[in-house]
Each structure stands twice: as C-alpha cells, then as structure tokens.
Design a protein around this ligand. Structure first.
Ligand SMILES: *Cc1c(COP(=O)(O)O)cnc(C)c1O
Length: 351
C-alpha cells in the first residue's frame, strides 16, 4: 500500500518569505503604506462587523458594479480575488494544464514561481536587462507551443523599473493570441511617468490581455486581502470558476468600496510617498549606491553577495528590509522619519 505523503514536488517549492515583524522595529519589508485606514474606511469596516454571521457575497457583486462604473468596463470582464496573489494563481489554473508554461522575468514578484508550481505548470524565468528591467525581446524569444501565460509586472517588484506604452504595445502585438499577457499593476498608483500606460486600455482591444490590481498597496488594505482582475469575459468567467468560494470576505468587500469612495484622499497620501521616494533615491545615489530609477513605493539595492550583510546591518539598527540573498535588497518607502533613520543607516553601511 502506498503511504500518505504530500506531493513530492512540494519539497522543491520556493518559500514565500513574508517581511519579518520584530517588536519595536521599523518595517520596510513588505511595500505596505505607513498610514492606517482613513476614518471613513474604518467606519465602513466597523459597520460590516455586525454581519459576520452571514457568508459574504461570493461574487463580490457590489464591488464589481462599482469597478465596472469607475473603469468603464462591462461587469462580466471583472473578477475579484483574495488579494491579487490569489488571482495570479487563479489565472494559471484558468489557462494552464499540467506541464504548460508560465513565463515571468526574474527577478520579479516572488509569488509567481510558487503559484505556478502549485498549479502544476512550469515556470520559465527570463533574466532582467542590465538596467534591472524586463527584457521583453528575450521573453518573446522564449515563447513555445506550451507557453500559456506571461506575467509582466509593471512597475516591477522588486526593482521598481517600468515599461513604456510603446514597448508594451509592441510586445502585445508580437505575442501569439493563444498566450495570455498578465499586466500586474500592483504599484500603478505610485507611477508618475506619463509614458507608463494604464493596462486596462489594452484589455479593450486584446482578448489575450489581463490586468491585475490590488487594494493592498496604495489603498492600504493589505491585511484584508482583496484585489481584482480585468480581462476578456471568458477569462474573467474562468477566474470566477476556479475561485475558492467565499474567499474574499465581506469586510474586505465593504472596505474596498469605501476606499474607492476615499480614493482622492488615499491617492494624496501616495503623493507624499512619491515625494519621499525621490528624496530617498537621490540621497542614496549621492552616497554612491547603484539604485535603479523607481516608479513604485520601494527602492532596489542590487548588492549581490553583500545583500545579507546589508540586511543584518539594518536589523542591528531595528530596520527590517527585504533581502533576496545573493541578489539584492528591497526597501519600502516609509514615513519621512523612518526614511531618515534608514538613510543614516545606509550611509553607515558604506563606511
Ligand atoms: C504586493 C503585490 C501584489 C498584491 O498582493 P495582494 O495579494 O493583493 O496583497 C501583486 N503583485 C505584485 C507584483 C505585488 O508586489
């Protein structure tokens, strides 16, 4: 008799390392925004608590109606998920059979290889350019008959680099129609470069483009787990089919709508982070660090073998950053005071 054991391939599954939390330390590890929920969002969350004896709306109908109106897309092209990480996995489950390929840049969002393998697909990693950006030509060249999906993270996590409208246009035109291009726009609200397109525009003209957005970053709801996808109607329907029933909870749905109501105020908060991002990067470049220009709420330190030493140096000063050993460290932009402490520590690391 065979004995019960988990799938053997899970032993080789890369671990998703969450940003560490240490009492009294400053966490610059998970690309969260420093501000808590606005009073209006807090009130909506408090109100929604009264109904938690009921199951949530598994179709997130009210939120999808709101997003349909805000984005000017038909409601049948929207799917809501338990964070956009969950939607990444649903997309692979929706289009990849066992052994099909999902392609992504590397380094990019660390959840991509994990959700790919969990869904029995094969991850194909394409190295970044020398400027730490996505190498779209290399990605095109790596497409095979088995390629079903390509993640294009814009801005790219963890490097902060962006792709421009003309680059993405050319890429989408060249990708075969049987391959789904997923534009992951988790950091869209922090982009100031006007050449960076709104991915939803591509979904209006191309059935093989999907866009992922999240309420975790600019909208400040990381702890509630909610994001959405805009895609063609059949892909959006497939996303809803593979959805784990009721996984987007009722409080998250209400908080997302309240956050859209408060979008002006929330986006103004992002403006402060953008200002700080520029200040932090300029200071680091002045110190002599190689920091790629960033359009997100974090900066990338391509430190190679010095990455772990850098992270340990920061931990000794109660600053938590996100190291990717052997590659680099990602540091989230915090409040001005937090950033000042980080900059002082970064200066010390050089001496
Ligand atoms: C943070 C992030 C997400 C969103 O995560 P949630 O599951 O919505 O919290 C998606 N993609 C990228 C690239 C991210 O960095």
């Amino acid at each position: 008799m065979p004995s019960l054991a988990p799938r053997p391939d899970l032993e080789s599954l890369p671990k998703y390392v969450p940003g560490r939390t240490i009492l009294g330390a400053i966490k610059l590890a998970s690309n969260e925004v420093p501000g808590g929920p606005l009073p209006s969002v807090r009130a909506a969350i408090t109100d929604a608590m009264g109904d938690v004896n009921r199951y949530p709306d598994s179709g997130s109908q009210a939120l999808r109606e709101r997003l349909a109106a805000d984005l000017d897309v038909p409601i049948d092209r929207l799917a809501v998920g338990c964070g956009s990480v969950s939607l990444c996995q649903q997309l692979i489950q929706a289009v990849c059979g066992p052994g099909d390929e999902a392609m992504f840049a590397w380094r990019s969002f660390e959840a991509y290889p994990i959700v790919t393998q969990v869904a029995h697909a094969v991850g194909v990693k394409i190295p970044l350019t020398d400027g730490y950006g996505l190498d779209l030509d290399a990605m095109l060249a790596a497409i095979t008959d088995r390629t079903k999906l390509i993640f294009v993270c814009n801005p790219n996590n963890p490097t902060g680099t962006v792709l421009h409208r003309d680059e993405i246009e050319r890429f989408i035109e060249a990708v075969p129609e049987h391959v789904l291009v997923v534009l992951d726009e988790a950091y869209k609200e922090f982009v100031t470069d006007s050449e960076v397109p709104d991915g939803v525009e591509f979904t209006r003209t191309h059935n093989n483009v999907a866009v992922l957005r999240t309420f975790s970053k600019a909208y400040g709801l990381a702890g509630l787990r909610i994001g959405y996808a805009v895609a063609s109607a059949p892909i959006a329907e497939a996303l809803r089919q593979v959805y784990v029933a009721f996984s987007v909870n009722a409080i998250a749905q209400v908080a997302a709508i309240a956050s859209l109501d408060a979008a002006d105020e929330l986006l103004e908060r992002c403006q402060e982070i953008i200002t700080e991002r520029e200040r932090v990067r300029n200071s680091l470049v002045d110190m002599g660090y190689d920091i790629p220009p960033t359009q997100a709420n974090f900066v990338w330190f391509p430190l190679g073998e010095r990455t772990v030493a850098f992270s340990e140096h920061m931990l000794d000063r109660k600053l938590i950053v996100r190291p990717f050993p052997g590659d680099g460290a990602r540091v989230t932009i915090g409040t001005p005071e937090e950033n000042d402490l980080f900059l002082a520590a970064a200066r010390e690391f050089l001496s």
